[in-house]
Design a protein around this ligand. Structure first.
Ligand SMILES: NC(=O)C1=CN([C@@H]2O[C@H](COP(=O)(O)OP(=O)(O)OC[C@H]3O[C@@H](n4cnc5c(N)ncnc54)[C@H](O)[C@@H]3O)[C@@H](O)[C@H]2O)C=CC1
Ligand SMILES: O=C(O)C(=O)CO
Length: 324
């Protein structure tokens, strides 16, 4: 008999078929308690779980006593209670590598868009304001040759450093939990503490996971340390930034501009003060959102679940130590 799996995300047809070749699949629209109650038998039978962007906590796991593996279509796994998974010996699979280059492209796009005010001036053109040769009130600031500060030199941070170094000739400062010899040797990146990075960087780019340690890593005191001319970018997770402090820093002119792909609350409420600021570029969490990359992520997640439920976990596992 095929193992039972709960799928809580729509998959491309080819991948849905591949999943169904290996498993008996119950598709649900989300993991809300009402949905779980509606499909209680399927949840009780499920040995696998596949999807993204939903909370997977102890209360949900208690409804799935047979669960052996969960596979998220993302690299970040802050939605999961990893301790509760470990206690129950449930594998957690994710999709590093599949999205690294695409997310680094998004970070670079945010840097360029905020620096050159691309959204703002394009809107002025559409509004019919381009009536004569432009003056300094339409100018942006340079990216090439400026100092890039990267907070989080992991897979994506490294791909951003490559772009900054080779594409834009930027000196690079970085902060992470450890020194990264590849970044230092290949991209001439210099490790420094967060305070030094905040004081010296022209672009402060956050690409960090959300953990107890990183929650509100950027607050009032941190924004005060940044240069008034500096641009702040976040494409990691929203709660790494105290959004109220960011709004105040922008309102008080403590920093020049911000490019944001992630927010404390998503979707970003339409009355957020961030949306009224011309010097803020707000994106709807599109870091990995290209057709190619989203397909590759979903394919990786399907393969990850097949490997995990057949006891062949070699890569992409957050907690391999729980393997039975
Ligand atoms: N906006 C989006 O659509 C996307 C956002 N992300 C986010 O980006 C994060 C990073 O992804 P990867 O680079 O693949 O992860 P990774 O695990 O390769 O890198 C994480 C880096 O953060 C550093 N770090 C962790 N805690 C830290 C701390 N307290 N202080 C300083 N540095 C710290 C680590 O040392 C490492 O260098 C993901 O966890 C996810 O939250 C990832 C993909 C898409
Ligand atoms: O993979 C992740 O962690 C995302 O945020 C979406 O790609």
């Amino acid at each position: 008999m095929k193992p039972s799996v709960i799928l809580y995300k729509a998959l491309p047809e080819t991948l849905q078929k591949r999943l169904e070749e290996h498993f008996t699949v119950t598709q649900v629209k989300n993991l809300h308690p009402d949905t779980v109650a509606q499909h209680a038998d399927a949840f009780a039978r499920a040995e696998g779980l596949l999807g993204s962007s939903e909370k997977v906590d102890a209360a949900l796991l208690d409804k799935m006593p047979k669960l052996r593996a969960t596979s998220t279509v993302s690299v970040g796994y802050d939605n999961f209670d990893v301790e509760a998974l470990n206690d129950r010996k449930i594998l957690l699979m994710h999709t590093p590598h599949a999205l690294t280059e695409t997310v680094a492209d998004t970070l670079m796009a945010l840097v360029l868009t905020t620096a050159r005010r691309v959204v703002e001036v394009a809107e002025r053109v559409k509004a019919g304001e381009w009536t004569k040769s432009i003056g300094p009130d339409w100018f942006g600031v340079d990216v090439h040759g400026k100092t890039m500060g990267i907070v989080g030199m992991g897979r994506i941070g490294l791909a951003l450093a490559r772009r900054a170094h080779f594409g834009f000739n930027m000196p690079i400062l970085y902060n992470a939990r450890r020194h990264h010899s590849e970044a230092e040797e290949q991209f001439n990146a210099r490790y420094c503490d967060l305070d030094t990075l905040l004081r010296e960087a022209d672009y402060v780019c956050l690409i960090l996971p959300l953990t107890d340690e990183t929650r509100h890593l950027m607050g009032k005191a941190e924004f005060e340390k940044m240069k008034k001319s500096a641009i702040f970018i976040n494409a990691g997770r929203g709660p790494v930034v105290d959004e109220k402090a960011l709004i105040a820093a922008l309102q008080n002119g403590e920093i020049h501009a911000a490019g944001l792909d992630v927010f404390e609350q998503e979707p970003l409420p339409v009355d957020s003060p961030l949306l009224a600021m011309p010097n803020v570029v707000a994106l709807p969490h599109i870091g990995s959102a290209t057709h190619e990359t989203r397909y590759n992520m979903a394919a990786t997640a399907v393969d990850n679940l097949i490997a995990a439920l057949s006891g062949r976990v070699e890569q992409n596992c957050v907690n391999p130590q729980v393997q039975r």
